[in-house]
Design a binder for this molecule. Structure first.
Ligand code: GRF
Length: 220
């Protein structure tokens, strides 16, 4: 079996894209990023992809009034590169049912909160304002709702009294950079068993890992 072929959709900085690229390079993720697609031509993520020699496509949502037409162009690109798993890494456009039908249970997203708490945008500040003691990040499959799909991996991050949006976001990002590659690796190994809302991990997960990450690291 070859390495899992990824298509990564980005809109911004691309630090999660970078984490995935680094894990691949270091041999810790049995996958290859085949193509990076951005809706924003000034995204720094594009620069990161180019530095790693990954083909980049920019899609212009303003080019057509019908979102499906734009999505068809994205789908065509993903198919052209044989993409098996679509990875949303800070992609700011909502995908329609039409796109999801092209990759059923094959689209993952990462969200900077412990879902179902704080879906949507500006969620790091919202967690601070609410006064939660823990927030974190969630890797989930995409469904038709906003940040509602079956959850694959979550990591908890404590909120400190003196946290600002910036300091907390930074600690959440650090966790994101380990759980996203981890979730993709589990997918690559065929170990994710989605039953309704629940995602079961096939095979043992060692309890020796980071207990703020569930499932515990499959690498032990
Ligand atoms: C991350 O916080 C992710 O959870 C959210 O968008 C942000 C993307 O950051 N979906 P980056 O572009 O990967 O640095």
């Amino acid at each position: 079996m070859g390495r899992l072929k990824l298509g990564v959709l980005v809109s911004g900085n691309g630090s999660n894209l970078q984490a995935i690229l680094d894990h691949v390079k270091e041999g810790r993720l049995d996958a290859e990023v085949r193509v990076v697609i951005s809706d924003n031509r000034t995204a720094f993520a594009i620069e990161r992809a180019k530095r790693s020699g990954i083909p980049v496509a920019v899609v212009d949502y303003g080019s057509s009034p019908r979102r499906e037409d734009v999505e068809n162009r994205i789908i065509a690109r993903l198919r052209e590169y044989g993409v098996e798993l679509v990875v949303l890494a800070g992609y700011m456009k909502l995908l329609t049912r039409h796109f999801m039908a092209a990759f059923p249970m094959r689209i993952m997203n990462i969200h900077p909160a412990l879902l179902p708490s704080f879906p949507g945008v500006n969620v790091v500040q919202k967690a601070i304002d609410y006064g939660v003691r823990f927030t974190g990040c969630t890797v989930h499959f995409i469904d038709e709702g906003t940040d509602t799909g079956p959850i694959v991996v979550q990591a908890a991050v404590p909120v400190m009294d003196d946290d600002t949006e910036e300091t907390l976001a930074q600690r959440i990002h650090e966790k994101e950079h380990s759980i996203y590659p981890m979730a993709i690796q589990l997918f690559a190994e065929g170990r994710l068993d989605v039953r309704g809302r629940r995602v079961f991990i096939k095979g043992p997960c060692s309890a020796a890992g980071d207990h703020c990450i569930n499932p515990y690291s499959p690498r032990g």
